[in-house]
Design a protein around this ligand. Structure first.
Ligand code: FA5
Length: 390
């Protein structure tokens, strides 16, 4: 029975009823695939076009979604396996799939299939003419046909979130800030305690934070790197901290469980709220356009005192009030404030000598504003129709 005939029948029809029989049925399929692969490598190809065709045929024969041999194994063996054999069939299927994917990948196969040509002695004839006239059984050597066109690989581009992150970084680098990074798997101490976030704060709840164990979590913001950087570098300090953050937020058009933030931190002698306002106003005009107006509203973060929210004049209605700004004329773009003295202390910096300001913004939300994107989920879906626009 050929491998096609075998995989078009169910295990019951093949009278495979025990675990050992399942293993040997899969071993036969693996060996059939390996033999085919060895055969096409042994036979080689006459030219680049034929080599590509042989590799693609092998890939499609085994991996085509509908009629490929692997799809048949899935449909007839795995899906129709009796419940008691499901675990072993599942394991065997995964192993087979890994093997087939690795063995039938087109570029890998092509690199193994040799080009079969006559010896270099056939001077004066073209490669194909020489092949036609060559005596059967003449020695075959591998020749690369340099006249064939090369492979065209489509050019990629940076993800829109990375583009916006780099744009924001460039503005602050221009102001003399440097970039600092920190771990995404963070301790409860750095993520909450050192930032003055009390045990009772709702953000520490299991429903808001993804814990790894009771003392370790996926960081919910980039603020813990404030403490790490203060301890590492001391003051004065002018840094921005880009990075991925995680929250147990249900995905919707403006929330994603994985998103990016950029944190800013300036610590020096005589830093005041005026420095914060001046810097963030400059940043907003650079990023959103010179005519952008900013507004600072009081807010609360445990790690800054006083705390604020920065809003920019709505670019869609020019401050008149619309659906996007919820008729307020303003769109909130970041949280900020003067670094709490306790946070400086946790960072090993004397709050009587130094003061500081900090801010934190969501990069996806900036990309959404910049490119007029109405659903944050698009950033993570890897849909080429979306990504190709950037
Ligand atoms: C914070 O995370 C503070 N650490 C920011 C900060 C730093 C304030 C320094 C003061 C000083 P907040 O929870 O508001 O704040 O998050 C900041 C930004 O992250 C939000 O404005 C939003 O743009 C973005 N963000 C938060 N949660 C999500 C989410 N689930 N999906 C996408 N973006 C999010």
């Amino acid at each position: 029975m050929t491998v096609e005939e075998t995989v078009r029948q169910t295990l019951a029809e093949l009278q495979v009823t025990g675990e050992e029989a399942v293993r040997s049925a899969f071993a036969e399929v693996r060996s059939a695939m390996e033999q085919e692969r060895q055969r096409i490598i042994r036979e080689g190809a006459r030219d680049e076009t034929e080599r590509q065709m042989i590799a693609k045929t092998m890939r499609d024969r085994w991996l085509a979604r509908k009629q490929g041999l692997l799809a048949c194994v899935d449909e007839n063996w795995l899906e129709k396996a009796p419940p008691e054999l499901k675990p072993v069939v599942g394991r065997q299927f995964n192993e087979l799939r890994r093997k087939v994917i690795a063995s039938c990948e087109v570029s890998g196969l092509m690199s193994e299939i040799p080009l079969m040509e006559e010896p270099a002695g056939a001077a004066g004839t073209t490669a194909s003419a020489a092949r036609r006239t060559a005596a059967p059984g003449a020695a075959r050597v591998q020749v690369t046909d340099l006249t064939l066109p090369g492979y065209r690989r489509p050019l990629g581009s940076l993800h829109p979130v990375t583009q916006v992150q780099r744009e924001i970084e460039a503005i602050f680098l221009g102001l003399g800030f440097t970039i600092e990074t920190g771990p995404e798997i963070e301790s409860v101490y750095y993520n909450f305690d050192a930032l003055n976030i009390p045990e009772s704060h709702p953000s520490r709840d299991d429903w808001d934070t993804l814990y790894i164990d009771s003392q370790t979590l996926l960081r919910t913001h980039t603020s813990p790197v404030q403490i790490r950087a203060m301890r590492k570098h001391g003051a004065p300090l002018y840094i921005i901290i880009p990075g991925r953050c995680y929250r147990r937020d249900n995905p919707d058009s403006t929330h994603s469980p994985i998103f990016h933030q950029i944190e800013g931190l300036a610590v020096d002698t005589h830093i005041t709220f005026a420095d914060l306002k001046g810097t963030l106003d400059f940043f907003a005009r650079k990023f959103f356009g010179e005519k952008t107006r900013t507004s600072f509203h009081p807010s609360f973060f445990p790690f800054t005192e006083p705390s604020g929210e920065v809003a920019i004049g709505c670019r869609f209605c020019e401050g008149k009030g619309c659906r996007i700004c919820k008729q307020s004329g303003w769109i909130e773009v970041m949280g900020c404030g003067i670094v709490h003295p306790d946070v400086l202390r946790h960072g090993g910096i004397d709050p009587l000598r130094y003061t500081g300001w900090a801010f934190g913004l969501g990069v996806e939300r900036y990309a959404m504003m910049k490119y007029d994107i109405n659903d944050i989920q698009l950033f993570l879906q890897s849909d080429m129709r979306f990504l190709e626009q950037f």
